[in-house]
Write a protein that binds this ligand. Structure first.
Ligand code: ADE
Length: 245
């Protein structure tokens, strides 16, 4: 299907590298947000900041679909690593998202989004495969050899900053048969909106911290110094793999 691709970033430093590469940039204001229309490597795109947290990310995603007619949504951002092998600098491509702070029990099973009959929001298989290919091609762009993981990412309205809290969240979702790789604050909301509209969604998160006592400091350093390099490399490698707009 033709139409622009939305590239969502959580934070301005992650987006900056993409704005610098945008061909024919045009700024549009909507819902108190700035959207950037233009082309990346000839492919029509709309760049936006999700903002932080699930509600803000859902509003941005809805605006991208309703006002800009985007045909697919790609999220590049950062996350805290949860899986034992998921280290700072690694990339995690999501195959699905779960809201770790959703709990309408006993009315609905823990983590299930009420009235959706599901807790897991899968990403689009084809777009995810293209994104994973782009990530593979970009490994090493930050100067070391990070690992590429693929699996479940958790989202919740919480910056996870102690090992105790990270362990609590991990144990809770494991109780529902889920094995998470990373935690962040937006992806599950974007996945749910894309599910509602039947829009393809894929996401990659670079691991900025280990969701532990050092996470705030690690996060700040990573977002300022590293995140934009990853976003630029991955999105640059992804554009030629997408259908012509
Ligand atoms: N995004 C990056 N690191 C995170 C953390 N530790 N918790 C929640 N979201 C994050």
């Amino acid at each position: 299907m033709s139409g622009p691709t939305a590239i969502l970033s959580a934070l301005a430093p992650e987006q900056q590298g993409l704005i610098e590469q945008l061909e024919g940039p045009q700024q549009v204001q909507r819902a108190g947000r700035t959207f950037w229309q233009g082309r990346l490597r000839g492919h029509p795109v709309v760049l936006a900041l999700s903002r932080i947290g699930k509600v803000a990310a859902a509003t941005t995603t809805t605006a991208l679909i309703e006002a800009f007619g985007v045909q697919r949504v790609v999220f590049t951002g950062v996350a805290g690593g949860l899986g034992p092998a998921v280290q700072i600098g690694d990339l995690v491509v999501a195959d699905a998202f779960v809201q770790h702070d959703m709990d309408a029990s006993p009315l609905f099973p823990r983590f299930e989004v009420p009235l959706y009959d599901q807790h897991r929001f899968p990403c689009d298989a084809a777009l995810t495969q293209q994104l994973a290919q782009a990530c593979q091609a970009s490994l090493g762009a930050a100067g070391r050899t990070p690992r590429l993981h693929q699996g479940l990412i958790l989202s919740g309205d919480q910056f996870v900053s102690t090992t105790q809290e990270a362990t609590r969240i991990q144990s809770a979702v494991r109780g529902a048969g889920l094995e998470p790789l990373a935690v962040e604050m937006e992806g599950a909301a974007v996945a749910q909106v894309c599910h509602d509209y039947g829009i393809a969604f894929a996401a990659v998160r670079t691991i900025s911290d280990r969701a532990d006592e050092a996470s705030a400091q690690d996060f700040q350093h990573f977002v300022t110094h590293v995140a934009s390099h990853y976003a630029r490399a991955v999105v640059g490698a992804l554009m030629p793999l997408l259908p012509a707009g």
